[in-house]
Design a protein around this ligand. Sequence first.
Ligand code: ADP
Ligand code: ZN
Length: 608
Amino acid sequence: MSRKEKLYMMQSAYNVLSTVFGYGEFRPPQDQVIESVLNGDDVFVLMPTGGGKSLCYQIPALVRPGVGIVISPLIALMQDQVSALTQAGVRAACMNSAMGSDHNYQVEQQALRGELDVVYIAPERLALQRTLDWLGQCTLSLFAIDEAHCVSQWGHDFRSDYLQLSVLQQTFPQVPRIALTATADAKTREEIIQRLGLQQAKVFVSGFDRPNIQYRITQKDNPKKQLLSFLEAEHSGHAGVVYCLSRKKVEATALWLSEQGINALPYHAGLDKSVRQSNQERFLREEGIVMVATIAFGMGIDKPDVRFVAHLDLPKSIEAYYQETGRAGRDGDPATAWMAYGLEDVIKLKQMMAGSDADESFKRIEQQKLNGMLGLAELTTCRRQTLMGYFGDTLSQPCGNCDNCLTPVKTWDGTDAARKALSCVFRTDQRFGVGHLVNVLRGKVTDKITQFNHHTVSTFGIGKDLSDGQWKSVFRQLVARGYLNVNFDYGQLSLSETSRSILRGEESLMLRVDTMQTKSSMGGGSKKSKSVDINENDIPLWEALRACRTSLASEQGIPPFMIFHDATLKDMLDNKPSTLEGFGTISGVGQKKLDKYGSDFLEVLKQY
Ligand code: ADP
Ligand code: ZN
């Protein structure tokens, strides 16, 4: 390819970015990725969720001659992806087992006639000779391998169908391949490159930080109430996900939130498939639904405007936490990752792990991962710095957008308290749970204390200077830091190896002062629609624009965000265009959407 041709292709890419997608500029490294694919190189892209991976293959598929084949494991999402592209005027279709052979045949024919720019297919189709024959007859612009980490057995989403993707390179060596993933882990990366034969590929890694997500972890006091105040103060009317560990808790929480006037729905694997589907549909199609769910909900939830992810139970690892919270704010607007966490979580998870019948080495890895998560929860410094460090990225400055940065944590010298707590565990023979231990320390005479003669042990009543809550906090931090072990039968606490140095006075211990944020002290105010920062005066117009969007979406049976994202509505508010020409300059308005929706929105803008 000559320099001139290359230049021309890149100009077309900019042109497509603005006329089809309505965006003014690429987000680095989109432009470099696209340039490489246009040059015919293989490319491996690692970008966080919400980074903008889709454009990296959609634009070259539009610029290069022929049809771009996108391999994706998320069959349930394909139709949505096709609808979103169709809205922008891209000729797209999908093929998978759920679509029926008639439909799939039609798509094949359309592609052969050159009537499609992008076709999504499920990986298992590549095992069929028929598919390979068909591909052999098409003009192919590229292969995009989405969720490329599914090829890795080390990762957690392994799909055996992905193994046969090596056939692409063997059969179609001249067609550029672009593999994409949001998985940061170095071992997984290595495996992807090996298995997909991407040794020659250009690798683009962008940072894994999600600066628009505010990370907050608060101590549990009355978790349901804390959640409610959080929602009311900061996310009223917003879509979000509340994660709980058990199905029972999901249902109870969803019910309770509904009773408090929150638009909440439950989702877990035990619900009827039809209920699950309908709740998921509503989450996508209606505005401001709060989905209370187990982790069964999420894989492939491609909703860009999830404004918060709340955890009422502790995730099992930092990876899980990052993945789950990462579902917030894909559109780049401010979002919150909020978690309430307490001693009972630590005990429950440690018990579950100790009691599982997994083999010892697996248990040890699980324990290590949980300890990492506990470390993050108990952290007194910037959470984002620790998160990034965990994934091998460095953040040189504290982020300014996590709870510890926004409200610095106070610490206190807990050496003496820790020694009292640990020796109380020892004096009562390491056979009791926290409730009882706190009673002994506080010198309460309960039936249980009388029964076991614990009013006669030397630690009875030596802790009257701290409240019950403060002692619980001490115990939680001792467990979280591994000075105490939790027995899986009844949650009895016992001393660990490391506790000795504290008991002997060889080590001192700084503990965090717990603050319960029932009322949010973060980022200020109970202003409605805070996270998109709407000016007080603009709220009626904002609501009218949203209503216009909802009505256009429901006419077509698609989610509102497929018409325009919040960011696009926000741009309308800021610029208040009054002509079609002006409307066309709004970010996210391409030619097709300008023609289709411009006049409706201008009408609304005129009224205000
Ligand atoms: P990923 O697949 O990496 O999670 P997406 O491709 O879904 O991310 O993009 C995330 C969001 O960012 C989408 O709402 C998309 O429209 C938007 N986006 C992507 N690239 C740009 C860009 N260059 N300018 C503005 N918005 C963009
Ligand atoms: Zn921070």
